[in-house]
Unconditional design. Structure first.
Ligand code: ADP
Ligand code: ADP
Length: 234
């Protein structure tokens, strides 16, 4: 079943030096429960694409829908609500440095009406899910890169999102840590049935966990399909 759909999406940025066509007629369908990879060189439009799906930006033209909601029709308040159903992790983790692991993970829950008891249970469950037992009171500066990304993942999952967006989430990590984070994402995808969309410039990341891939080049999708098909031919 289809979860995310982009139809003929264009994104044009106006700059002092003229306009930049960041995305050009991009159409995509991402199914529920899938791990969908978007790969491309620097400047291809990957971050723009993920910011559009995360509702941080609006397309210049075209439509984006998640589930049965067409995002381009929503009011700002509805967009904020919708954003809570989307989790995101980042290359540089974007943790709050003056807060503990537990407080970072609790952060998205502060905006909801969840009761204290429930909140504590939710945080304990999330800590266990990402394998950070015993680190609840540590500060981000006391953690390894892999552990920091585990906090990022737990925070992103706090509100039970329908989709997890990963923006170069392993690009700052060494190969062994990258593997452990990718394994965790795969495990979460399997156990929760969570849809994951990841952008990367590394083929190996796509090959390790994605079922489908779209290749983005100069704002256009130049190839798309099952990972084995797209990367099979010479
Ligand atoms: P990628 O993530 O694949 O590196 P981006 O989406 O960041 O690609 O960028 C695609 C193109 O859009 C680039 O030419 C970039 O310079 C341009 N671009 C991205 N964001 C902006 C912005 N806020 N204002 C102007 N140009 C932008
Ligand atoms: P605001 O909605 O207040 O403008 P920002 O977009 O500035 O929030 O993000 C505030 C912090 O939350 C940043 O550190 C950013 O990394 C993080 N963040 C942004 N979007 C998400 C998301 N979808 N999931 C988790 N954290 C996010």
């Amino acid at each position: 079943k289809e979860l995310i759909q982009l139809k003929n999406v264009e994104k044009i940025y106006q700059t002092e030096n003229g306009s930049v066509h960041a995305l050009n007629d991009v159409s995509l369908e991402i199914n529920e429960g899938e791990i969908f990879g978007i790969i491309g060189y620097s400047g291809a439009g990957k971050s723009t694409l993920i910011r559009l799906i995360n509702l941080l930006e609006k397309p210049t033209s075209g439509t984006i829908s998640i589930g049965d909601r067409q995002l381009t029709d929503l009011s700002d308040r509805q967009l904020r609500e919708e954003r809570r159903t989307i989790g995101m992790i980042f290359q540089h983790f974007n943790l709050l440095w003056s807060r503990t692991v537990a407080e970072n993970i609790a952060f998205p829950l502060e905006l909801t009406k969840i009761k204290k008891k429930q909140k504590e249970k939710r945080i304990a469950d999330l800590i266990r899910m990402v394998g950070l037992e015993g680190k609840e009171s540590a500060y981000p500066s006391q953690l390894s890169g892999g552990q920091k990304q585990r906090v990022g993942i737990a925070r992103a999952l706090a509100n039970n999102p329908r989709v997890l967006l990963c923006d170069e989430a392993t690009s700052a990590l060494d190969p062994k840590t990258t593997d452990s984070i990718l394994s965790l994402l795969l495990e979460i995808n399997k156990s929760l049935g969570l849809t994951i969309v990841l952008i990367t410039h590394e083929m190996s990341v796509i090959q390790k966990i994605c079922s489908k891939v779209a290749v983005l080049d100069k704002g256009k999708i130049v190839e798309e399909g099952a990972v084995n098909d797209v990367f099979a031919h010479p």
